[in-house]
Design a protein around this ligand. Structure first.
Ligand code: RB5
Length: 150
């Protein structure tokens, strides 16, 4: 598995920590920025990481901003992206099992790094349950096809 990472300035420090955790766990990463604490627009960096998924260079993405909300709104504009904002372990597990989420969004101003590490670990290692959940994900894809003409 290869994971794209992106953040704005508010998420930069946590994104750097996530990069180290994934390296420790033997998971390859692509860092779509940002690369400093200078103020930037989260939407530009969501695009970079999601682009790596669209190009099939990465399998999943983790996006970090202050709340995680801006990143999740931006990422969910892209066809095929199912971005989940998770600040607890139950949601991190459930969104993989039920939604087959391919993007995890985190708010660096909302949770501490200890909880963030566990959320990332659970989200990366939980499989999609399929079955009735596949039917629901397929209906989301059908909406994209109808609305976006994809
Ligand atoms: C940046 O100040 C902040 O607005 C951003 O990180 C994020 O929380 C937006 O949703």
């Amino acid at each position: 598995m290869k994971v794209a990472l992106a953040s704005d300035h508010a998420g930069y420090a946590l994104k750097e920590q996530i990069k180290e955790w994934l390296a420790d766990w033997g998971i390859e990463t692509y860092d779509a920025g940002c690369h400093s604490l200078e103020s930037v627009d989260y939407v530009d960096y969501a695009s970079g990481a999601v682009g790596a998924l669209e190009e099939q260079e990465c399998d999943r993405a983790i996006l970090v901003c202050g709340t995680g909300i801006g990143m999740s709104i931006a990422a969910n504009k892209y066809p095929g992206i199912r971005a989940a904002l998770c600040h607890d372990l139950f949601s991190a597990r459930a969104t993989r099992e039920h939604n087959d989420s391919n993007v995890l969004c985190l708010g660096a101003r909302v949770i501490g790094s200890g909880l963030a590490e566990e959320i990332v670990r659970v989200w990366l290692h939980t499989e999609f349950a399929g079955g009735r959940h596949q039917r629901r994900v397929d209906k989301i894809s059908a909406i994209e096809q109808r609305v976006l003409g994809q």
